[in-house]
Structure formats: structure tokens, C-alpha cells
Design a protein around this ligand. Structure first.
Ligand SMILES: C[S@@+](CC[C@H](N)C(=O)[O-])C[C@H]1O[C@@H](n2cnc3c(N)ncnc32)[C@H](O)[C@@H]1O
Length: 292
């Protein structure tokens, strides 16, 4: 970036051209989000302050952010923010950046008819977005959220505290149902819901992922064996032992996994129904399996 006097408009123009030259997707948007983040302004405010000069104290860190974006650090890790269902969440490299598709998983739970407070288990909570949104919408529900990654749980708890629902969510670390088995070995307090957005990418797809994803997001949050089904398979097999009567297992799955997952659920005699729900792009992405 040349040394001269920079206004907001000049910085946005220069940065978006530089991002474009370096094949960064959404170059203008990224330039606006990064500059807005640094100056503490919304994108609209940046436009209102187009002529405002930007001084060295901001130019130096802005150069650093540009460099990191050119190295393909995801924008959300640079700003430590991601919006999910209209709430803002803290994110960093310890957790997967929540995706818009996952909102459909939360909607599936929220729109189901229930007449009494539910006990819900979220496995693989990551940044805690699913458990936190459910807690804010259903303050009477009893929610447990787990993750194999202790680092992720630190982020999840921070987000639950920010949204004033930490007291409603019990956070536990461990592999799938292990932490539940440890506190309730006889299954005396089963769950009405088990919800999970599991890792479901095939190990063999590593090369085809964008560098933003494969070089920065936690591997443990993305990959699930050579067929991408290693975690889903275990969840489908093990969940019935932890579900109450009429309980439901709801999972997000990859956009090519619907047929295989339907077959896996139908092969488990513990389930009495299996519904596949489409996302906004008309792909079957949410599984809803019920026990009698
Ligand atoms: C796809 S991310 C989902 C994160 C968050 N729930 C969301 O939807 O944005 C999967 C999460 O599952 C966790 N995970 C992976 N394998 C696990 C296992 N065997 N037991 C518990 N959690 C696991 C990862 O650490 C990661 O946080």
C-alpha cells in the first residue's frame, strides 16, 4: 500500500482491487468488512464517512489484516465475529465458523410442536451457536452441550455468557455420548432431543476445499473418515439409548449424503420414522429421526 494520505474511499478502492488481483472472493465486501471492523464502523457508516482521512494508527493494522486475508485467513477469524440467526457470536481458529445452512437445523427444532420444556443434548457444539440460540428462544429448556475439543468449549461458554444463557447450558467435554454416560450411567434422565451438526467431509475431499477452510478451520470440525460418515454412523447407532419416548435425533448432513443416511436410519430398528428436510437450495440437508 503506497504511503500517502488515505481517505476511507481510497482505502476501499485500493484494497478491493488488490483483493481482486489476488483472487479473493467478494473483494469489495471483504475490504469494507475489514476496514469497518478496524474503525469500529458499520458498512453504512463507512459510506457516510467516505471522505474521512485514515491515519497511521489505523493504516498499520489495516495492512496486517490485508496481508492475512491475502493468505486466505477467513474474514470471520480476522474480525472474531459471525452472525447466526441475527445474533452475533465470537469466533476464532478454535471453532468452525457457523454456516447459514445450520440455521435450518435450529429451525427444525424450534418449529416442532412441544407442550412442555424439553431436555436437549447438542453434540459437537463448537462455537456454541446452536445451544445458545435454542436457549435464548426456549429459556425453560434444559440444555447440555458437548464437544471433543476443550478449546471449542471455551469459545462456546464465552458465547453463552455474552447472550446471558450460560446458566441454562451445561457444557461437557468428551467423545460423542461419553460425557453423558459418565454423569448418568443408567440413562435415568434421557433427552427429548439430540441435535448435532457433525463433521461430515470426506478425508479425500481435502484438496477440493477452499484454502480458507482447509488451512484455517479445525480439522476435527470438518473431517469424518474416508466416506465422511464416521461420526454420523455412530450418532445414528448410539443416540436411541439416550432418547426419551417420542425423542428425536436431528442432524445436519452433507448435500450428497441424504440417501445413505436415510438407509442408515432405516436399518436401525430403534427408530420409527425418518424425515429428510430440504434447505433453501432444495437439498436434503437435515435428518429428523424419531423413536417411539
Ligand atoms: C461441524 S462442527 C459444528 C460446530 C457447531 N455446532 C456449528 O454448527 O457451527 C463439528 C463439531 O463437532 C466436534 N466433534 C468432532 N468429533 C467429535 C466427537 N467425536 N465427539 C464430540 N464432538 C466432536 C468438533 O470439535 C466441532 O466443534
Amino acid at each position: 500500500m503506497p504511503n500517502n494520505t488515505w481517505r476511507v474511499v481510497d482505502l476501499l478502492d485500493w484494497t478491493s482491487q488488490y483483493f481482486e488481483k489476488n483472487a479473493i472472493p467478494n473483494p469489495r465486501l471483504d475490504a469494507e468488512v475489514l476496514l469497518g471492523h478496524l474503525l469500529g464502523k458499520s458498512r453504512l457508516q463507512l459510506y457516510l464517512d467516505f471522505e474521512m482521512p485514515v491515519f497511521q494508527e489505523h493504516l498499520t493494522p489495516f495492512r496486517e489484516l490485508i496481508k492475512k486475508r491475502i493468505d486466505r485467513t477467513p474474514i470471520s477469524y480476522l474480525t472474531n465475529r459471525k452472525e447466526f440467526m441475527s445474533l452475533e457470536f465470537y469466533v476464532d481458529e478454535r471453532v468452525l465458523i457457523p454456516r447459514p445452512e445450520t440455521e435450518q437445523l435450529v429451525e427444525t427444532v424450534l418449529t416442532a410442536q412441544t407442550d412442555k420444556p424439553q431436555r436437549l443434548l447438542e453434540i459437537g457444539t463448537g462455537s456454541g451457536v446452536i445451544a445458545t440460540i435454542l436457549a435464548t428462544h426456549q429459556p425453560e429448556w434444559d440444555i447440555t452441550a458437548t464437544d471433543l475439543s476443550e478449546d471449542a468449549l471455551v469459545v462456546a461458554e464465552k458465547n453463552a455468557e455474552t447472550h446471558n444463557c450460560a446458566a441454562q447450558i451445561e457444557f461437557l467435554s468428551g467423545d460423542l455420548f461419553e460425557p453423558i454416560k459418565a454423569i448418568d450411567p443408567n440413562g435415568e434422565t434421557p433427552f427429548n432431543w439430540i441435535v448435532c451438526n457433525p463433521p461430515y467431509v470426506k478425508k479425500t475431499e481435502w484438496d477440493s476445499l477452499s484454502p480458507d477452510v482447509r488451512n484455517y478451520e479445525p480439522e476435527i470440525a470438518l473431517f469424518a473418515g474416508n466416506d465422511g460418515l464416521a461420526v454420523i454412523r455412530r450418532l445414528i447407532a448410539e443416540a436411541p439409548a439416550y432418547l426419551a419416548s417420542n425423542g428425536k435425533l436431528s442432524l445436519e448432513i452433507g448435500d450428497t449424503q441424504a440417501d445413505t443416511v436415510r438407509t442408515l436410519v432405516n436399518a436401525e430398528s430403534a427408530y420409527c420414522s425418518c424425515e429428510l428436510i430440504k434447505d433453501y437450495a432444495e437439498k436434503e440437508r437435515i435428518v429428523l429421526a424419531s423413536v417411539p
